[in-house]
Each structure stands twice: as structure tokens, then as C-alpha cells.
Design a protein around this ligand. Structure first.
Ligand code: RB5
Length: 146
């Protein structure tokens, strides 16, 4: 499994923390920036991650900004992307089980680092339940293809 990860300047410290977790646990990832806390625009990095996942270069993605709101709005503009802003482990579990989310959005200014790691672990280790949820997710795709 390969994960694309990106953030703006506000999300950079949490991105570093998540990457440290990936390194320690030998989880394959690709860091698409930003690479410092110098001010940047979150759409640039959310677009990069969403595009990479949409094109199938990575199975899933993580986007981080101050609140997670901006990056999730941007990522959801892309075809085949279901980005979920998760503030709790329960939200991450539901985002996978019910929504088949393929991008996790996190808020670095709203989520404590250790909570974020538990959210990431849950997001990466929970499968889509399919069934009635697949019917609903297909309706999202059908609408976005109009
Ligand atoms: C940057 O200050 C902040 O606006 C950005 O990180 C994000 O929270 C936007 O949604």
C-alpha cells in the first residue's frame, strides 16, 4: 500500500509527525510537500495529493492544513476522490466502512498529534463494508460523472 501525503505550512508539523510514524512502522509513503513552514497555499498541495490518488499512483492519500477544511474541499473536486475530514477515530472508521473514503483530511490546529496517529491507523486499517454502502457510494460517482 502506498500513501500520498501533503500539507500546507499550517499542516507541516503534523505531516512531519505522521511521516515519522510511517518511517518507524515501515509504511510506504510519498511526501508531496510542503517542505517547510513557509507560507504556501493549501490548494496547491491538496490538488497534488488528490491528483496522484485519482490517477491511481497511490492507493490512498492524507491531506493536512490548519483545520483540514480547505484541503478536504479541494480534494473532493477531483474525480474518484472521496476525501473525509476526520476529527476522531470513530469518524475515520465510518469514513472507510461506509463512505469508502480514499483521502483522509486532518486539521493540524484542531487535532492533537497522538489522536491524529490513531485516526491515521484506523483509516488505513479499516475496510469498506460494501453492500448497501456501495449503492450509496456509486450514487456519488454517478452524480460527479454528470
Ligand atoms: C492557513 O492559515 C489556513 O487557512 C489553512 O491551513 C487551512 O486551515 C484552510 O482551510
Amino acid at each position: 500500500m502506498s500513501i500520498a501525503i501533503g500539507s500546507d505550512h499550517a499542516g507541516y508539523p503534523l505531516k512531519k509527525f505522521v511521516i515519522d510514524f510511517f518511517e518507524k512502522n515501515k509504511i510506504d509513503y510519498c511526501d508531496l510537500g510542503a517542505f517547510s513552514e513557509e507560507q504556501v497555499d493549501y490548494p496547491d498541495f491538496a490538488h497534488k495529493v488528490a491528483q496522484a490518488v485519482s490517477e491511481g499512483k497511490h492507493e490512498s492519500g492524507i491531506v493536512i492544513c490548519g483545520t483540514g477544511i480547505g484541503v478536504s474541499i479541494v480534494a473532493n473536486k477531483h474525480k474518484n476522490i472521496r476525501a473525509a475530514l476526520c476529527c476522531s477515530v470513530f469518524m475515520a472508521e465510518m469514513a472507510r466502512k461506509h463512505n469508502n473514503a480514499n483521502i483522509l483530511a486532518l486539521g493540524a490546529r484542531t487535532t492533537e498529534e497522538n489522536d491524529a496517529i490513531n485516526i491515521v491507523k484506523t483509516f488505513l486499517n479499516t475496510d469498506f463494508e460494501g453492500g448497501r454502502h456501495a449503492i450509496r457510494v456509486n450514487k456519488i460517482s454517478a452524480f460527479s460523472e454528470k
